[in-house]
Every structure is written in C-alpha cells, then in structure tokens.
Design a protein around this ligand. Structure first.
Ligand code: 13P
Ligand code: SF4
Length: 359
C-alpha cells in the first residue's frame, strides 16, 4: 500500500474525547504558557487542548522525548515540547536524552543530526518534507569537488546540511560557535559551506589570519533583510526619541550585521533581548525568523516593544500538532530517520569535532 506523504491539515485528525472539565483545564494551561491572549485566545486553546492532551499522554506512555526548535509555533513549544532551543543546544539534548525515542519537531537536517549523535535511538520527524534552503543548496558531490580543487584545506560546514554533506567535512559548526571553531582550525585557509552570508561574516572576522573559501548557499528567510532598512527604522525610531536595539542572526548579510548591536543564534538573541528588557532597554528589533519574537512574548517578564517585522520560515512552520499526534500514534516509514551506517560514522566525526572545539 502506498503511504501518504501529504501533510495533515489543521483540524483534520480525530482526537480522543476528553471531558469538558479536562479540556477547560488544559486550555487554561495553554492560554497561560503561550501568553499571547489575542492570537491564542481561550477558545483557540480549547480547540487545540485535545491534541496537546493526547500528545502528552502518548509521550509518557511510549517514553518519548519531544524536542522543538525555537522557530516552531507556540502551541508546540509551550504545549508539548520537553526541550526548546537553538540547533547547537538541541543536538546536545538529543545526544544526552535518556529516552530511546526522540520526536524532533523542526526541519529535517536537525532530526538527521539527532540520529547521527545517537544512532541507537529512534528519531521521529513528523514532517519529512520540511527542508531548508541552506541544506538544499549543497550536495556531498559539491563538497568532494571543492576538496579536490583545494586539497589539504580543512572544510567546515554549517549544521544546516544533510548527513551526506556532514560525512564529507572535517567539522560542523552552528550559529553559536562558527567564528570560534573556524578560528581554531589548523592552517591559513579554510573552506566554509554552504552559507555565503555567514561565510562573508567569517571572512571579515578572520581577515589577516585566514583566507575563507566560500560557497553560494543562503537562507531565504535571513537573506531578505537589508542594512538600509534597519538604518531607516533606526532613524524613524530616533526621530520619536526611541533608542532601538537591533539583534540579528548571523545568517543575515554583512550590511545587516554591521547595523546590529548583537549578533547570535536564535537562543542567544532570545536571552539577550530578555536581558536588555530587564535593564530597561525594551525597544527591540529582532532581525530573524518570527519564532524568536513569539518566544520572547511568552517568556519575558518585562514589557518589550518589538519594533519592525519578522519573516516566517515556511519549512519550520510545516509541522502542526496534528502531524506530531499522528507520528506519535503510528509513524509512517518516511517519518522515521534512517541513515546509512557509513554516513553516520563519518558524520559523527565532524559533529564530535564540533563538540570538542566549541566547549
Ligand atoms: P540556530 O542554531 O540559531 O537556532 O539556527 C538554526 C536556523 O536554522 C536558523 O535559521
Ligand atoms: Fe533553513 Fe533559513 Fe528556515 Fe533556518 S530559517 S531552517 S536556515 S530556510
């Protein structure tokens, strides 16, 4: 029988029936933890409560650890996730979780990374079609061609890549450690793949110390921001007496980075925004995917005035609570990460090298 690969639509899965009392209690919990009363009002929370109730029951029953990246939607992050953070912290969470089954709510490369760092565990990825423009921009063959062209030059790859690409490189890096790790690599040259904008940032950082051979991939979300736009927002805010703090992700272009007060991973941006607001600097512009702003609204104890806009990643937003419930009940074959053993062994080396050099 042909398995369906079509993502489930909101509201199209039949849920277990719970008493009104249980649903109301769960809806109240969701309303409080999501903490966005306009977008996630009590009625909406009541609607999703049967999903979160059954997901949390199944997690316990099947001893599943549920990991969600920061860019997942608030119903997933606050309703059912056990661990939420950036890609570096989540790869460690996957490695260290005592449970033998992990459900990874995010894009495919993160679920693959979980399988590489813990091959004996079952990794469930509810949305097999959730890719990433960076990871789609490069193949293992592209890396082999670069290595042939530049023999003996170390190759660092951003974690936003397939397992096959990771298997070809010397070290993996993430948004939280790429500068530090690349600086530590031996020699006066390195190949950096696949993000050309992070590569640009790295080139500037290592100027005079190392030459960076760059690739041409980019994140379609972060590459849309421009330094010009930030400048004009700063000016507009200054005209109103507002001193704007600009926080951006390193997947943005160099002109954006130059205009930013703080640059870092999704988790760092979130923590820095919380710190700034606790120090009274509450006019904040987040130059990244919308999930970080959602988390900030939910978790900050201080008033935050989020200025400007954010961009949603269509891949990160593919997973719904419905997909998670279906995958937990009975995962389809294509929702379980399977990787070639040789690829796992080789990719493990580059991820272990990252853990070693990052700490
Ligand atoms: P972080 O590691 O900063 O969470 O980044 C992952 C990602 O895909 C950003 O677009
Ligand atoms: Fe990939 Fe960009 Fe989406 Fe992150 S935000 S998953 S880098 S496309």
């Amino acid at each position: 029988m042909q398995m369906s690969t079509t993502p489930i639509q909101r509201g199209s899965i039949s849920t277990k029936s719970y008493s009104d009392e249980i649903v109301d209690k769960e809806a109240g919990r969701l309303f409080e933890v999501i903490n966005q009363p306009k977008l996630w009002d009590l009625e909406t929370c009541r609607h999703i409560a049967p999903l979160t109730l059954e997901i949390n029951e199944l997690k316990k029953e099947k001893d599943v650890f549920l990991i969600a990246h920061s860019y997942q939607t608030p119903d997933i992050i606050y309703g059912v996730a056990d661990s939420v953070s950036d890609s570096y912290t989540l790869s460690k969470a996957a490695r260290d979780a005592p449970q033998n089954t992990i459900l990874f709510s995010s894009v495919r490369f993160m679920a693959e990374t979980a399988k590489i760092v813990s091959p004996h565990k079952t990794i469930i990825h509810p949305s097999p079609e959730a890719g990433c423009s960076l990871s789609d921009s490069i193949t293992a063959q592209d890396v082999r061609a670069l290595k042939e062209k530049y023999p003996d030059v170390p190759v660092a790859c951003y974690i936003n890549t397939t397992a096959e690409v990771k298997a070809e490189v010397d070290v993996c890096v993430t948004s939280s450690n790429f500068l530090k790790i690349c600086e530590r690599l031996p020699g006066d040259k390195l190949i950096f793949v696949p993000d050309r904008l992070m590569g640009k940032h790295l080139t500037e950082y290592l100027e005079g110390k190392k030459e960076v051979i760059n690739y041409h991939g980019e994140c379609y979300v972060h590459s849309t921001f421009t330094g010009e736009k930030i400048k004009s927002w700063r000016q507009r805010s200054a005209d109103q007496g507002i001193s704007l703090k600009v926080l951006s992700h390193p997947e943005c272009d160099a002109d954006v980075i130059a205009e930013s007060d703080i640059v870092g991973s999704s988790e760092k941006l979130m923590n820095e925004a919380m710190r700034l607001s606790s120090e009274g600097e509450s006019d904040i512009m987040l130059i990244t995917e919308c999930g970080t702003a959602d988390r900030l609204r939910a978790e900050s104890e201080n008033e935050i005035n989020l200025i400007g806009t954010c961009v949603m990643c269509r891949y990160m937003k593919m997973t719904l609570l419905e997909d998670i419930l279906q995958a937990l009940r009975e995962p389809r074959k294509n929702q379980i990460i399977e990787l070639d053993e040789e690829i796992i062994k080789k990719a493990q080396k580059s991820l272990n090298e990252m853990f070693r050099l990052a700490e």
